[in-house]
Design a protein around this ligand. Sequence first.
Ligand code: SF4
Length: 266
Amino acid sequence: MSHVIIFDIKRFAVHDGPGIRTTVFMKGCPLRCWWCHNPESQSPEPVAVDIERKVNGRKIDAKKTYGEKVDIGELMKIILRDQHFYQESGGGVTFSGGEPLMQPGALEELLALSKKHGLHTTIDTCGFAKREILERILPLTELFLYDIKNMDPELHRKYTGKDNALILSNADFLLENKAQVIFRIPVVPGVNTSDDEIEKMAAFIFQRRENLNEVHLLPYHRIAENKYLKLGIKYKLPDTGEPGARMMQNLKQRFESTGLEILIGG
Ligand code: SF4
């Protein structure tokens, strides 16, 4: 029996691809982005953390586990519960994470089963994966939500732990093979908002505008800080503020000069 390790399922999602969708969050990620909203997703295995619960006003020590191994057949039953909403809204299923390409066998099986049931399939990916994995899942994936984080390789290494050469060349591989791709740029002040980074990103997008669908700008939020505390992971952006509406609008206008539709948010 095949399994997949997931840490969440979101039904009725409306920001992870077209229409109403079920988003499955898969465990494991090769990157360690400083601003990651889901640090509980990064380790490939379920993680148990110590927490305090209140019972009848008294604090007691307890454990919370992030992640579980689930049977793929059972997961498909959950995904198919909302088939009617997908059909009505042009939606489907999205595999996110963490990084879904970290569990290639399970992902391929889930995509193939979803396609068999006529569902629109989307992957939300950081793009850091072996080319052969992308080759396998490309025919089963109708839309790639593809992260572009830093253009400068040194900055990318600093803020995510990995070089961006593989990510950028995988993006080109998908575009050259006529995949439907939306670039998603997390806007993190001080991390990827310098004039130099923005100019390089705009140039990268402009050169690929013929094959790209859209670009989404995702404003950084500080919502995950507590999760880092619980997991015992150092939060590396303690002094970084969220980008204001003006900064997001300025970036939107800058990227609109590429001729593409630019959305703020997913
Ligand atoms: S790629 Fe996504 S899930 Fe992985 S560390 Fe970065 S933000 Fe988190």
